[in-house]
Design a protein around this ligand. Structure first.
Ligand SMILES: NC(=O)c1ccc[n+]([C@@H]2O[C@H](COP(=O)([O-])OP(=O)(O)OC[C@H]3O[C@@H](n4cnc5c(N)ncnc54)[C@H](OP(=O)(O)O)[C@@H]3O)[C@@H](O)[C@H]2O)c1
Length: 296
């Protein structure tokens, strides 16, 4: 039995599609969903659904009863009072559940930056989550992407209407990227394979070495209209997040993350590409995902 968290999210939804498409199709799947109505009909017909949040210990216990494999993702929480507290609120019940139930394999979405990232906001909280889960001794794979290409989807209107997208960086240097489709495909492959053991990071770094300016050139070519990248400082990013209703704590953590990325460079040129696990090129993603989102 495989348990899937965040089955309505952009990564979890794709993980679930891969599991349902698996050739032998015999694996039992259970999902945890706050609102099962948001699941597709196909999903509701083929999986068991436990209603609730995976931060709720009772919900997690119920979902993991009799399960041996888990897809784990701590959702973004822009309203959280504390970023560390948010990650801990999910991770502590998980560690208790692992200790009580027979979960053998956990595949989680985390981030690049292990051993390097310091005071890096959401990134530090995610890496601390991995440490806590690994301390249980469960067989564990932390999927470690850099900047998600899908982050640009939130700026589709700005790209369409003003020909600009914003990135919080101090200079136009390489920003490694990953498409969520590659995270989902890797997660599903690991969830369907019961042979792996121990605890490792799985870096998921796309094949490109583009700077924001290079990304803007690709977006311009794909959309056949001029688009530029506007770099903003961490304090500008924090102010913009606050204007959009993000909590003080989440906005401050975004600024810390930006400063850490600028100063420590772990999403940069030194992160080697992993084309075997993250094959999607930025141009391909722009053609297939960004273009329809921008142009409708
Ligand atoms: N952005 C980046 O560049 C970057 C880089 C590295 C790693 N990451 C990681 O990538 C992940 C992003 O995941 P995603 O894109 O799939 O997120 P997403 O599309 O925002 O999906 C969030 C999911 O979580 C569910 N959810 C939200 N709040 C919840 C709560 N309180 N309790 C239970 N479920 C809740 C949502 O379901 P409902 O609303 O339907 O309940 C939805 O299924 C994060 O873990 C992030 O740390 C991001």
């Amino acid at each position: 039995m495989i348990v899937v968290t965040t089955p309505t999210g952009q990564i979890g939804r794709q993980v679930l599609d891969h599991l349902l498409d698996a050739p032998d199709g015999t694996t039992d799947i259970r999902v945890i969903a706050r609102d099962p109505e948001r699941l597709s009909l196909r999903v509701r017909e083929h999986v068991e659904v436990v209603r609730g949040s995976h931060a709720d210990p009772a919900v997690l216990e119920e979902a993991c009863e009799g399960a041996d494999r888990l897809f784990w993702l701590v959702p973004p929480a822009p309203q959280a009072d504390s970023v560390e507290g948010h990650f801990q609120a999910f991770t502590e019940p998980l560690c208790e559940t692992i200790a009580r139930h027979g979960l053998e394999h956990v595949v989680s979405v985390s981030t690049l930056g292990r051993t390097v990232a310091k005071n890096a906001g959401q990134i530090s909280a995610s890496l601390a989550m991995d440490e806590a889960i690994m301390a249980t001794g469960v067989h564990y794979r932390a999927l470690c992407p850099p900047f998600l290409m899908e982050n640009l989807l939130g700026q589709a209107a700005s790209i369409r209407d003003a020909g600009v997208f914003f990135l919080s960086m101090t200079e136009d240097r390489v920003l490694r990227t990953c498409a969520t489709r590659d995270i989902a495909a890797t997660a599903a492959r690991l969830l369907l394979d019961e042979s792996w053991t121990e605890q490792h990071d799985v870096p998921l770094v796309g094949p490109d070495d583009l700077s924001p300016g290079g990304m803007a050139d690709v977006v311009s070519e794909v959309l056949n209209r001029p688009v530029r990248a506007q770099l903003i400082s961490s304090s500008q990013y924090r102010a913009a997040a606050l204007r959009h209703g993000v909590s003080e704590a989440w906005a401050l953590a975004l600024a810390d993350m930006t400063d850490a990325l600028n100063e420590q460079g772990f999403y940069g040129a030194d992160a080697p590409s992993t084309p075997e696990s993250a094959p999607t090129h930025f141009r391909e993603w722009c053609e297939e995902v960004l273009k329809p989102a921008v142009l409708g």
